[in-house]
Design a protein around this ligand. Structure first.
Ligand code: ADP
Ligand code: MG
Length: 581
């Protein structure tokens, strides 16, 4: 391949001292914008880019599959408020990363998928290039913005646009297409340096109007049974102190969505988590802060929300989010930090607490439900059920509140979300808005890399399978990750049988008595298999103390789970088949 100097690929060119190339400018542009960590899978045409990034002092984490690198980038965006970068090869690698890019966009995580691509001239004439694909066109509908850079002097602008698009307004995924030829293009070094762009104020504050703040406060003040719902947008905004002050000053019961858990500690006296059904049904004014009324909140309608007439206040950076499912009586559009600050100011010195009949009713319900759950969490069944195992892990997180919890699965997710209390913001990473399986190891790696804290990943055996090979990555970088696989030998449960009586396994069951712990031993990590809550406790504590990559195979009773966990109602069932049974 010839570049614009006429030199063969990689060949020395006489008098290159004053020249720079695409490789270097991509690296310099990222560094100039304080991006120093890259989640990648090497290959054509970005192998050398990764090498040069590492040589330049950036941290490059090479994964075994692009989807996991992409989930890591998304999680890193959520944790840091800076775009997480996933770097992939062309066509198939790009497509593998695309799931994670769409996931980031859906979850409002800032992320940039940078993919190398094949030669435009050949791709556009569809002449069958190596890994030919019009990646830009494919990516466009699945992300917030998509750009392609064709000329070396545009690298600075291209990367600046990608960064700004990812983090400004509602954050999301951005695709950046870099054709292989771009990397070897050369220009004068001074000119190259001048072409770089430092993004100033990438995510500018967006202040809410004072009318919108007054309207919201008036509605809240007049409420008899108010409720605040905190979503992962609130966690993302990093306005932790103001959010806590606002909730406490209001005296209103609050409900954290799963990734907003810990924004206020889950054992906070105003937490209504354990009275979720009650507060959703009986509240009269509901204030959403960085949470969308989507399927996770039953679209704001139906049985979950009951017959009580309700008015909604919504605090969100995205104006289009308002009235998406139900009428929003008081939209407050702006960034959460600014909005919550304005709300706090507007509350003045004295703010009337909500009627005590309501707050006491919620508290009573919380206490009753917590007391009802407690003995189940202490059970010592062997093999374990979900509650026995999670009761043990709940204590561990309480003792180690700085650890990051990663959680996916069906039953493993649903039960862990309710059982395990979080005490600090942004310590819980899970399946997010789609309820997707496969985020586990990518999220765990990002959490360890970005926070430096120990990570506990609680994984259903099925969920773990989607990213399980990344335990090699965890061992390779020696990350303080302890993976606990809840092994019930199947999806939902491990009890199904083939209805024909044939020798093929049923569609939802896995190999019985499998030993996931053996997998990590192959890479020098610590593997342990446990069957009781006590064994589980000591194995996890040891892993968290040592910081060594560990995989614990936690044997769970195969009959303990339920179909689709808590969302069985979303799994269509055939009436015809049921009749035939
Ligand atoms: P959850 O699943 O926890 O309910 P969602 O992902 O549904 O949360 O909602 C997050 C919301 O937060 C999105 O509507 C998004 O626009 C909003 N958001 C994200 N970051 C900010 C921010 N910095 N300021 C205001 N709103 C934000
Ligand atoms: Mg399972």
């Amino acid at each position: 391949m010839a570049d614009s100097t006429g030199a063969a690929n990689g060949e020395e060119v006489a008098g290159t001292e004053n020249l720079t190339d695409g490789f270097t400018l991509v690296i310099d542009a990222l560094k100039l914008n304080d991006i120093k960590t890259i989640y990648n899978v090497p290959g054509i045409p970005i192998t050398d880019l990764g090498r040069m990034m590492q040589a330049s002092g950036m941290r490059i984490l090479s994964f075994r599959h692009e989807q996991n690198a992409g989930y890591a980038a998304g999680a890193s965006g959520f944790l840091t408020k800076k775009p997480g970068i996933c770097l992939t090869v062309s066509a198939p690698g790009f497509l593998n990363g695309l799931t994670a890019l769409a996931h980031a966009t859906t979850n409002c995580f800032p992320m940039i998928l940078i993919s190398g691509s094949s030669e435009r001239e050949i791709v556009d004439l569809q002449q069958g290039d190596y890994e030919e694909m019009d990646q830009l066109a494919v990516a466009k509908p699945l992300c917030k913005a998509a750009y392609r850079v064709l000329n070396v002097e545009d690298i600075g602008i291209g990367i600046a646009r990608a960064i700004r698009a990812a983090v400004s307004g509602r954050p999301g995924g951005v695709y950046l297409d870099l054709p292989g030829k771009l990397f070897t293009q050369v220009i004068d070094a001074d000119e190259g340096a001048k072409s770089l762009v430092e993004v100033i104020d990438a995510a500018p504050s967006q202040l809410p109007s004072s009318q919108s703040v007054d309207r919201a406060l008036n509605l809240l003040k007049g409420a008899e049974r108010p409720l605040i719902i905190l979503g992962k947008g609130a966690a993302y905004s990093q306005a932790d102190d103001d959010i806590r002050n606002f909730v406490e000053k209001s005296g209103i019961p609050y409900l954290p969505m799963s990734m907003a858990k810990g924004l206020l500690p889950d054992n906070h006296p105003q937490s209504a988590s354990a009275a979720r059904s009650l507060v959703l049904k009986d509240s009269d004014v509901v204030m959403l802060i960085g949470a969308r009324i989507n399927w996770l909140l039953s679209h704001g309608k139906g049985r979950t929300w009951g017959d009580q007439a309700k008015k909604f206040i919504q605090v969100d950076i995205e104006p289009k989010e308002m009235d998406s499912n139900v009428e929003i009586a008081a939209p407050v559009v702006g960034d959460i930090g600014s909005c919550v600050k304005s709300l706090l100011e507007g509350m003045g010195e004295e703010w009337p607490k909500p009627p005590s009949e309501w707050t006491e009713e919620v508290k009573d319900k919380v206490e009753t439900n917590v007391a009802r759950m407690a003995p189940r969490l202490e059970n010592d069944n062997n093999p374990m059920d979900f509650h026995g195992a999670l009761g043990a892990l709940k204590k561990i997180i309480k003792e180690r509140p700085d650890s990051v919890l990663v959680n996916e699965g069906a039953n493993t997710l649903d039960f862990a979300r309710t059982v395990i209390d979080m005490y600090k913001p942004r310590k819980r990473l899970d399946v997010g808005t789609w309820g997707v399986m496969g985020i586990g190891m990518g999220s765990a790696i990002a959490a360890a890399v970005e926070t430096g804290q120990p990570v506990l990943a609680i994984e259903g055996d099925s969920a773990f399978g989607f990213s399980g090979m990344e335990i090699e990555t965890i061992c390779r970088y020696n990350l303080p990750v302890c993976v606990v696989v809840f092994n019930n030998s199947g999806i939902y449960r491990g009890m199904d049988t083939n209805p024909t009586g044939g020798s093929d396994a049923a569609t939802t069951v896995f190999v019985k008595d499998s030993r996931y712990d053996k997998m990590i031993e192959a890479f020098g990590g610590v593997g342990v298999s446990v069957t009781s809550p006590d064994e589980l406790t000591s194995a996890v504590n040891e892993a968290m103390d040592s910081g060594r990559p560990t995989l614990i195979n936690a044997v769970i009773d195969s009959s303990a789970g339920t179909e689709s966990g808590r969302i069985g109602n979303l799994n269509p069932k055939s009436v015809v088949a049921a009749k035939k049974e």
